[in-house]
Design a protein around this ligand. Structure first.
Ligand SMILES: Cc1cc2nc3c(=O)[nH]c(=O)nc-3n(C[C@H](O)[C@H](O)[C@H](O)COP(=O)(O)O)c2cc1C
Length: 212
């Protein structure tokens, strides 16, 4: 299995926060055009990259908050050429599956919509990470509280992705995922729970109607 060492995230420019918020939306129709590697690098950094070497409780800080800085959400990156786990600390992608399995990023009920989009992310909560969180509190070991934490933490990352996409002229779509497919195809362990998917890419706009 290969790794992709991502280029360092750049100090990218984009729309202002106001214009970005104006444009943020869900789009469900995509061009089958890949992202430049630098854009993919910037996207993953914006999603949940390391933005401070020393953050809360002495651990590295990330672009999205997480309960007790537990950083329990793992991002799987599904591309046409294979699927990878994002390692935020090394800023690289480690391959977990070969071939094109972008279709598992959406619930089976929803067909193969968006399967041609450049990138499909799958958010996975690794509950084992709660035990290494910088600040240990009882909620980290309570099932209901864990659930609240990992859903909120996923939402914060997903909004980073929506905003990054809008600021860069891309679009995104947060959605359910095929959980059984994800467990099998991404070879998840029993402590890893697939939660949601998010598609990112270039929007396919409808052809203008040629009729008068
Ligand atoms: C928790 C959650 C689950 C979602 N699941 C799906 C989904 O499975 N399929 C889908 O097409 N959209 C899904 N969406 C996208 C919403 O339908 C969409 O965000 C909503 O209609 C508002 O549209 P907007 O994002 O363009 O403002 C989901 C959004 C959230 C926050």
């Amino acid at each position: 299995m290969k790794s992709i060492l991502l280029p360092k995230p750049t100090r990218f420019r984009g729309l202002s926060l106001y214009e970005t918020l104006q444009r943020r939306k869900t789009a469900r129709s995509y061009e089958s055009k890949e992202l430049p590697l630098q854009t993919l690098s910037n996207l993953l950094w914006a999603a949940f990259g390391v933005n401070r070497e020393i953050g809360p409780f002495g651990d590295p800080g990330r672009t999205a908050a997480s309960a007790s800085n537990s950083q329990e959400i793992e991002i799987y990156v599904l591309l046409r050429g294979g699927s990878y786990l994002y390692d935020s600390h090394r800023h690289e992608l480690n391959q977990v599956a070969s071939g094109d399995i972008r279709w598992i990023a959406i619930g089976t009920r929803q067909g193969r919509n968006g399967a041609e989009a450049a990138v499909r992310l799958i958010y996975v909560a690794n509950i084992a990470k709660f035990s290494t969180a910088g600040y240990q509190e009882p909620g980290l070991y309570d099932k209901e509280t864990q659930k609240a934490y990992f859903y909120v933490d996923t939402g914060l990352i997903a909004q980073n992705v929506y905003l990054f996409a809008a600021s860069q002229g891309l679009v995104a779509w947060f959605h359910n995922c095929d959980k059984e497919g994800a467990i099998k195809q991404l070879r998840l362990s029993p402590t890893q729970l697939p939660l949601f998917g998010q598609t990112v890419g270039y929007e396919r706009l409808e052809e203008p109607d040629s009729h008068e």
